[in-house]
Design a protein around this ligand. Structure first.
Ligand SMILES: O=C(O)COP(=O)(O)O
Ligand SMILES: [Mg+2]
Length: 266
């Protein structure tokens, strides 16, 4: 653990790994082809994407991911980062099954995954204390049965959005923590933590320039990303905070809005 309370796990590639063996290497090679353009040749550089998941890659009414996003993302000619409030296994598995390199910001910035590095910032001890205080006051985290929403969380806890917010915020404040409302859950998390801050932390590893990135999102946990990238889009279903922070609010809702952006900037 370093002075910032970060735990970093690095995995260096061995020399025996064949070049182009990992899908991300193939992706990077395609991304770099612009470097070989002739001096006066006009090239369109595909921007790296920073994508929220819930509300942005999904369909309305709880119908899950929109499969129309899978092929455009797998074929995207620049790095794609999934930046979410979800616990790490969810976005990592999504990358895996789409066929993308595992480039992830999870837990609203508490965890980052790049091809050879896993970083965990802080612990969930403070959020656990808030959860116990909430339960002692007679409330419940609200996830019925086996709580897979929190089972693999390292740095925060999530409460179901049907649960009372006011007492949760009051107890979080007593512990110097904040509650982030994504529309899908109330996240009890560190006041300094955000997707955008985590993005700054992995940009060098991913060899991306933030002002070249395009971000798409739907809620207040995407504001910090929108503030740091070159171009930001809020889908039509976005909350007020995301709408206010985005460069553009899209006509299309949910994944339809995202697909419209991909068609425009790709
Ligand atoms: O986990 C949530 O509450 C929301 O996740 P998201 O950041 O992908 O929208
Ligand atoms: Mg979202």
């Amino acid at each position: 653990m370093n002075d910032d309370g970060q735990r970093t796990f690095s995995f260096l590639q061995t020399e025996s790994t064949p070049i182009g063996h990992h899908p991300s290497q193939a992706l990077n090679q395609r991304h770099c082809r612009h470097a070989f353009a002739r001096p006066n040749e006009v090239t369109t550089v595909t921007p790296p994407l920073i994508l929220d998941i819930d509300g942005t890659l999904t369909r309305p009414q709880g119908r899950g991911l929109d499969p129309h996003v899978f092929d455009p993302l797998r074929e995207w000619d620049a790095p794609v980062v999934l930046a979410t409030g979800k616990a790490t296994p969810f976005p990592v598995a999504l990358c895996h099954f789409i066929g993308l390199p595992e480039r992830v910001i999870a837990e609203n910035g508490g965890v980052t995954v790049t091809e050879d590095k896993l970083t965990i910032s802080g612990s969930r001890d403070g959020a656990e204390a808030v959860a116990r205080g909430y339960e002692d006051a007679g409330y419940d985290l609200g996830w019925d049965g086996l709580d897979t929403i929190n089972r693999w969380r390292e740095t925060e806890l999530a409460v179901a959005p049907e649960q009372p917010l006011d007492p949760l915020e009051a107890i979080a404040t007593e512990h110097d923590l904040q509650v982030v409302d994504t529309g899908y859950a109330y996240h009890v998390t560190d006041t300094e933590r955000s997707k955008g801050r985590a993005l700054e932390g992995i940009a060098a590893d991913l060899e991306i320039e933030l002002d070249e990135c395009v971000a798409i999102g739907d809620s207040e946990n995407d504001v910090s990303t929108f503030e740091r990238v070159g171009r930001s889009f809020a889908v039509a279903n976005a909350d007020d905070a995301a709408r206010a922070a985005a460069d553009e609010v899209l006509d299309g809702a949910h994944a339809d809005g995202t697909l419209a952006v991909l068609a425009r900037v790709g």
